[in-house]
Design a protein around this ligand. Sequence first.
Ligand SMILES: *Cc1c(COP(=O)(O)O)cnc(C)c1O
Length: 420
Amino acid sequence: MENEQPYQEISQAPRLDWQVNGRGYYGDFGGAFIPEMLHPNVEELRNRYRSILEDSGFQEEFAGLLRDYVGRPSPLYEARRLSEKYGARIFLKREDLNHTGAHKINNTVGQILLARRLGKTRIIAETGAGQHGVATATVCALMNMECVVYMGAVDMARQAPNVARMEMLGAKVVPVQSGSRTLKDATNEAIRDWINHPLDTHYIIGSVVGPHPYPDLVARFQSVISREIRNQLEERTGQPNPDWLVACVGGGSNAAGTFYHYLDIPSVKLVGVEAAGKGIHSGASAASTVLGRPGIIHGSRTLLMQTPDGQITEPYSISAGLDYPGIGPLHAALFQSGRATYLQATDAEALEAAFELTRLEGIIPALEPAHALAKLKSLSFHPDEVVVVCLSGRGDKDLETYIRNLPEKLKTESKSPGKP
Ligand SMILES: *Cc1c(COP(=O)(O)O)cnc(C)c1O
């Protein structure tokens, strides 16, 4: 473990087709569409992130925290009963076992180390459901950094436990009262804050979205997922490449991390799963590859759900982490080129898959990766094929939703007489 240097491998990986170009584009998507006043902050980050990430001192510190604080490598678990049901060798990449319960911590640990090397003392973030806010507040406590999290007032009311967690961790949670008082309004406030604090503040973005270099930066931090999958599969099956990789897509960071080292290996089939909410065309979904058109959101050009005159459409999903009206520019390019396939799972399908995994394997997944699990039945596998599903987070945060939606059989059982 001592001389393990994950980023060395990343920087030397033969990623020719899918490397972001110098202007921050993946094909037609990406770039940095930002207000003039934000240029100095984004320029500094763009000019310095590669050399900081490739520095051996940085790599050592990052690898050490991923190991001792996050608990990596996360297990690659061969789910035998699930495999039997779907007729392939199915492995689950257990990001749910990370500290704080999801993959988001991989990115926030990386970004706070980057912020320190940039000489920043103050961290800002925006959050929708609060998951990214909690992951950010966590690393700020760890590094003794001031932390301000912008959150829509509506979201704060809906996600009170996460607000309490962030405050307990020492973050200041600022309610945003403008617009629809949800994620996109919180993002606007965070950008305004950054413009006003260009010298001492780093803005931690939580997915592979935002202006260049954020999509690339976050993908590199999350790429530890596919780096581990490669080693673990080699050990378990004798070869490092699976036949299929399946991951849910909100902004797309856990999927980007799962795909990263396989992007240029065409024999590995990549499947991203978006939220179809109450149905793709119901008016209540977040199926950005089906409903989206090219547009600009959070500073990059990507596929975006919008009205004919370019207003961003309010997205919907039962899972807060997938409730986003766009996808990261890397995914837009993977979709457009056909390198990856994007499927959609409804709320009901995700719930069913979550209950199924719980009963088959004794693992309660978060609602987000339950969308990925829900599409196993739509893919046709050969029995000897190897499938890896990224289990991006655990279900504790979704327990209330699960209890409200218990399958009828479970409901009757729990109502059975004999209990006080
Ligand atoms: C936030 C979240 C997601 C969605 O974010 P991506 O950037 O698309 O990975 C998925 N799963 C879990 C558990 C999350 O918390």
